[in-house]
Design a protein around this ligand. Structure first.
Ligand SMILES: C[S@@+](CC[C@H](N)C(=O)[O-])C[C@H]1O[C@@H](n2cnc3c(N)ncnc32)[C@H](O)[C@@H]1O
Length: 228
């Protein structure tokens, strides 16, 4: 219980520093998710087992940073591609209960754990589905999210047919992305102009645990971002 309260306070402080005001029940739910994730991680490999940083910061606060660059609307359809144990989809679904989240992963046991956590936390705006993203058909999304899944050119080719006109792909990535961005721009030229613009937002100044981490926002040719 004490650790849970510490996690709530840590998250509240870090979020407030970024101008993110989150109410207490939501902070408590986010901390509960952190507990679930650690519990499941003893059974199956969902997140790194290196104890180099608290889960509440390294995984949950990290996921929430997407909200600095994208506000999730009521009724928006969001795909979390390669969600693993629910990152970034579960933290964001807790913050935006009126946005719909589909969380997919190719690994059956991970997605089973993810759905078990969604059920345990009583989340009713997120569903976990066992599938490879390439096999998703007949659905489109306003936004595709991805954290630590694949090189950018792959993520762009997976997302292009799944995004509505004007939709965006938002990735949490690490390392030097120059070559990945060049490859994505080159290899996806034929795919109806996706990507046509890539924005990079470094987040290393926010926490020492995020060195080399960036938020990458990929727009297609119909995006309003192209009018800047
Ligand atoms: C390194 S894990 C990251 C999981 C999670 N996003 C996170 O941040 O903890 C990458 C995940 O992507 C999934 N994945 C990779 N390629 C995929 C694909 N084509 N379709 C669905 N899931 C995929 C893998 O099964 C794996 O669970």
């Amino acid at each position: 219980m004490e650790r849970m309260n510490d996690n709530v306070l840590t998250l509240q402080m870090l979020c407030a520093e970024q101008g993110m005001e989150i109410d207490l029940p939501t902070l408590q739910q986010l901390a509960r998710y952190g507990d679930c994730l650690e519990r499941w991680n003893h059974k199956i490999n969902l997140i790194s087992r290196k104890e180099d940083a608290p889960v509440i910061i390294k995984h949950i606060f990290h996921s929430l940073l997407i909200t600095l660059y994208h506000s999730f609307r009521e009724g928006e359809d969001v795909l979390d591609l390669g969600t693993g144990g629910g990152l970034p989809g579960i933290p964001l679904s807790l913050l935006f209960p009126r946005t719909r989240f589909l969380l997919v992963d190719a690994t059956g046991k991970k997605i089973a754990a993810c759905q078990a956590m969604i059920t345990e936390l009583g989340i009713n705006n997120a569903i976990a589905l066992h599938t490879r993203v390439e096999e998703l058909k007949g659905v489109v999304f306003d936004t595709v999210l991805s954290r630590q899944v694949a090189p950018l050119d792959k993520l762009c080719s997976y997302s292009a047919p799944l995004l509505k006109a004007g939709g965006t792909l938002i990735c949490l990535k690490g390392g030097n992305l120059e070559n990945e961005i060049a490859a994505a721009m080159k290899s996806n030229k034929g795919q109806e102009g996706f990507p046509s613009k890539v924005e990079l937002h470094p987040i290393h100044g926010i926490s020492p645990f995020f060195s080399e981490k960036q938020i990458v926002i990929v727009h297609g040719k119909n995006s309003s971002a192209n009018n800047d």
